[in-house]
Design a protein around this ligand. Structure first.
Ligand code: 13P
Length: 250
């Protein structure tokens, strides 16, 4: 059983959500399926007779490190939990890069998630310059150690090399770079070893970076890969369904 989580980023509409609910309702899978739409869609559970399927878990893409108060534009973990969401992504590379989020801040957000019974998906991953300079393992190791809070509660880790997100388009403007099976395997075993060392053996590690229907089965078969965080291929219902089904390798 794998966890397949769709991250819509700043995309999505009522029409897209309706299509996704209708498509997922018909999917029979052993995988856990999660969808993380923007905040505005989190508590939309039925439209025009289409219901959010019971086997689709809704998650948010971020939360504040604060409980509430004078933080214009921010959304607390409690608000997200009240919307009915069960998961939350924290520390996505786009938050780290575009909003200056540090691993220390990400750990604080993960604490708020846990306190509010949300499952945190804690993202880590090196960028192209870090990979090319040979520091990918140091960077990811430090991110894992600093972004995971010291609380005895289940978490999920997602490894997303920034250079492989949208096939490299974010960093180079071109769609021509994906991680090899070996790249993924090496980093996942490295992360799994750190998790063991910090007393978190068995923590699920998702892979993210251009996962789609045509490569999901191969990626899910890599040791220590427990699921996927899917961006582009989660936007269209048929693409996401294809990814969920392809990832159902058991
Ligand atoms: P893509 O699947 O579009 O590469 O995005 C990955 C990602 O950032 C998911 O969080």
């Amino acid at each position: 059983m794998k966890i397949i989580a769709g991250n819509w980023k700043m995309n999505g509409s009522l029409a897209m959500l309706r299509d996704m609910y209708a498509a997922i309702a018909d999917v029979k899978t052993n995988n856990i399926v999660v969808l993380c739409p923007p905040f505005t869609l989190l508590n939309v559970r039925h439209m025009d007779g289409v219901e959010c399927p019971k086997h689709l878990i809704i998650g948010a893409q971020d939360i504040s490190e604060h409980d509430g108060g004078t933080f214009t534009g921010d959304i607390s973990a409690k608000m997200v939990a009240e919307s009915g969401a069960k998961y939350v992504i924290v520390g996505h590379s786009e938050r780290r890069a575009n909003h200056g989020e540090t691993s220390e801040l990400v750990a604080k957000k993960a604490v708020k998630a846990i306190e509010n019974k949300l499952m945190p998906i804690i993202c880590v991953g090196e960028n192209a310059a870090q990979r090319e300079s040979g520091s990918a393992f140091d960077v990811v190791g430090e991110m894992v150690r600093k972004s995971i809070p010291n609380i005895d509660s289940e978490i999920i880790v997602a490894y997303e090399p920034v250079w492989a997100i949208s096939a490299g388009k974010i960093e180079t403007g071109k769609n021509d770079r994906t991680a090899t099976t070996r790249d993924i395997a090496e980093m996942h075993v490295f992360i799994a070893d750190i998790l063991k060392e910090i007393g978190r053996a068995g923590t699920k590690i998702l892979y993210g970076g251009s996962v789609k229907g045509s490569n999901a089965a191969e990626i899910m078969a890599i040791p220590n890969v427990d699921g996927a965080l899917v961006g582009g291929a989660s936007l269209k219902a048929s693409d996401f369904v294809a990814t969920v089904l392809a990832a159902d390798i058991n």
